[in-house]
Design a protein around this ligand. Structure first.
Ligand SMILES: [Zn+2]
Length: 356
């Protein structure tokens, strides 16, 4: 157990055998022996390893180990994330998920919500336009109405999805979705603007909802994008905001709507096209304005505020308050020191969000 966990923590910290060895003052060969279970570190070395890797000693002995079955990746560009960066992301996600599972072991069952999808979703989706109705059914199933979703991560967490932001924010990593046992997992880069994060999270939700239902002719990415747009702004709302039919769109208008719905200006132009409010030519004209002004890279004005998961940390404090766990267990779950936990409990240190 220790061997495997040590290797996981080292990879997650992005350290080579040699780099870790230098920090804890043993040979790289010795670290390799620990990782193969050939040798066991003394308690002093264990403490040093924990310190160097930014984990608590308990981490090495935690039993829960999860396997992530990847569903889909969303990278910033066409090329794939380098293997080493991907490993870091996966190790971080595994760590966050394991802490959730450890928390589940000590809290009452009713505190956790099971992720469900509406039973009435079509088994087969043959065209992109059908996805509008699917997104509406999911909204209905979760009592979301048609209005803007104020905090998407919070909303999905409350419906049983595990949503994580990752601190290893390689700039090419946007997000991914995965299954871990029965858990539906969505991961999003922590440093993106809120509109970008929300689109990624909704896109990944699209993969979870749609991938099994698409006929061969439909591109999975196009389908997930369509779902994301439709889930963030239902067609009815697009028409209410923009009108049934438009000859052109005003950038300022889309900027205001971006801040109302948490969907980028670019996203709005695609929603207008997908719902038939503007023609392909109008969308193209708008898009070339975007390119000319450099707005494809960075949209003008204030960015939409980014989001962060809060349910895990909140639940740890709930469990602490109700006496299901003590301070030491709470600190372990949050990956902070008991001292820091005590300060946070007294509201003297309010930084930190579940060990991010
Ligand atoms: Zn995708």
């Amino acid at each position: 157990m220790l061997a495997e966990r040590l290797q996981q923590a080292r990879k997650s910290a992005g350290l080579s055998l040699r780099a870790l060895a230098e920090q804890v003052d043993v040979s790289a060969m010795m670290i390799s022996k620990y990782e193969r279970g050939v040798s066991t570190p003394s308690s002093g070395v264990l403490l040093a390893l924990a310190g160097a890797l930014g984990v608590r000693v308990e981490y090495f002995f935690r039993t829960a180990s999860v396997e992530l079955e990847r569903v889909e990746h969303r990278n910033r560009h066409v090329w794939k994330l380098p293997k080493s960066a991907e490993e870091k992301v996966l190790a971080d996600v595994r760590d966050q998920l394991e802490r959730w599972l450890a928390l589940y072991e000590v809290i009452p069952a009713p505190w956790s919500v099971e992720f469900t999808l509406p039973r009435t979703l079509p088994a087969v989706i043959e065209q992109l336009d059908d996805i509008e109705a699917v997104a509406n059914r999911v909204r209905e199933h979760w009592d979301l109405g048609l209005n803007p979703i104020p905090d998407l991560i919070d909303t999905l967490e409350a419906r049983g999805l595990k949503v994580f932001t990752t601190r290893y924010d390689d700039e090419r990593f946007e997000g991914m979705s995965a299954m871990a046992g029965d858990h539906h997992v969505i991961v999003v880069g922590g440093n993106w603007s809120g509109d970008r994060q929300r689109f990624t999270v909704a896109h990944e939700l699209g993969h979870l909802v749609l991938d099994e239902r698409l006929t061969d002719g439909i591109d999975k990415e196009a389908a997930a994008n369509r779902f994301a747009g439709a889930f963030l702004v239902p067609a009815e709302k697009v028409k209410e905001a923009l009108g049934e039919r438009r000859r052109s769109l005003e950038a300022r208008e889309l900027y205001i709507l971006k801040h109302e719905f948490g969907l980028s200006m670019a996203g709005w132009s695609y929603r207008a096209l997908d719902t038939g409010v503007i023609s392909k030519a109008t969308q193209r004209a708008f898009w070339s304005l975007f390119a000319k002004k450099g707005w494809k890279q960075k949209e003008p004005g204030e960015p939409f505020p980014s989001e962060t998961p809060r349910l895990f940390e909140q639940t740890v404090y709930r469990a602490l308050g109700e006496g299901f766990i003590g301070e030491s267990k709470a600190a372990e779950l949050l990956s902070i020191s008991v001292h820091e936990l005590a300060a946070r409990r007294r509201m003297e240190s309010v930084n930190g969000d579940a060990g991010q």
